[in-house]
Design a protein around this ligand. Structure first.
Ligand code: GTP
Ligand code: MG
Length: 148
């Protein structure tokens, strides 16, 4: 079963958007298998955003992401990686449609509230970077047969 790594960034936590974001993923029908509030180290964040290390905004991105706690989550379900990206909206909030998290709650690319894995392969890397195996719960959802 497919999993995605989703994080509410420090601005999303500060702006009390955690509940709203969790609610959207729950209501869509995805299953929560991991969740925690963490102050990410710069080292962890540099690893997380390694692909962007040569971008001009890299150091400001690391500063932003370490400016306060983030809520990191693992969601499971059919096509969750692709669907989560749709629910997030585009990288730049100005390109994000209303109805998406970024399209509803932010205006600036450097304060775009939420992260979601961009592929199944990055989801696997990100989940193992942010979570220990014993922080992920295997459980049977009672609504499963009504969703699938
Ligand atoms: P994530 O879900 O956070 O990975 O965003 P993304 O996949 O939509 O975009 P990408 O991985 O390309 O960039 C990661 C993050 O870097 C973005 O979410 C932004 O917070 C930030 N970022 C991307 N492009 C810019 C930019 O041009 N300027 C600034 N200041 N930040 C940027
Ligand atoms: Mg990305």
């Amino acid at each position: 079963n497919e999993r995605s790594f989703v994080a509410v960034k420090p601005d999303g936590v500060q702006r009390r958007l955690v509940g709203e974001i969790v609610r959207r993923f729950e209501k869509r029908g995805f299953k929560l298998v991991g969740l925690k509030l963490v102050q990410a180290s710069e080292e962890l964040l540099r690893e997380h955003y390694w692909d962007l290390r040569n971008k001009p905004f890299f150091s400001s991105l690391i500063r932003y992401m370490s400016s306060g706690p983030v809520v990191v989550m693992v969601w499971q379900g059919l096509d969750v990686v692709k669907t989560a990206r749709k629910m997030l909206g585009e990288t730049n909030p100005a390109d994000s449609l209303p109805g998406t998290v970024r399209g509803d709650f932010c205006v600036e690319v450097g304060r775009n509230v939420i992260h979601g894995s961009d592929s199944v392969a990055s989801a696997q890397k990100e989940i193992s970077l942010w979570f220990r195996q014993n922080e992920l719960q295997l459980w049977e959802s009672s609504s499963r047969n009504w969703i699938y």
